[in-house]
Design a protein around this ligand. Structure first.
Ligand SMILES: [Zn+2]
Length: 109
């Protein structure tokens, strides 16, 4: 069972208290973007085998959205953090680099 610590209220919540919100850190494109950029924003998602960044909502708790960094193969959770960030905190990136050599934070186009 997936257990995530809500960074907003500090509760350890199992997946029955949470709602998945898809991939985190999507770059949003406005009306002046190209069709390809807008299509990518709407439909293209990563589905990695390994490190992944996701949005979650503590729907049966404080109701707030947050981000989680976890491994989709081992189910290891590297950390949770505020949804009001454009990239994972440095401490979480260093933790991931320590257990997944060669992993790098992606750079958005
Ligand atoms: Zn919460």
């Amino acid at each position: 069972m997936l257990i995530l610590e809500c960074p907003c209220c500090g509760v350890l919540a199992d997946e029955t208290e949470l709602t998945a919100g898809g991939e985190a850190h999507l770059k949003r494109f406005g009306p002046e973007s190209s069709d390809d950029e807008f299509e990518g924003y709407l439909f293209r998602r990563e589905n990695p085998r390994g490190v992944h960044f996701e949005r979650w909502r503590h729907s049966h708790g404080c109701g707030k959205w947050f981000h989680a960094a976890r491994n989709t193969v081992t189910l290891e959770v590297y950390g949770t953090y505020s949804a009001q960030t454009t990239e994972p905190p440095e401490a979480i990136r260093q933790k991931i680099s320590g257990v997944a050599p060669g992993w790098k934070w992606r750079l958005f186009k």
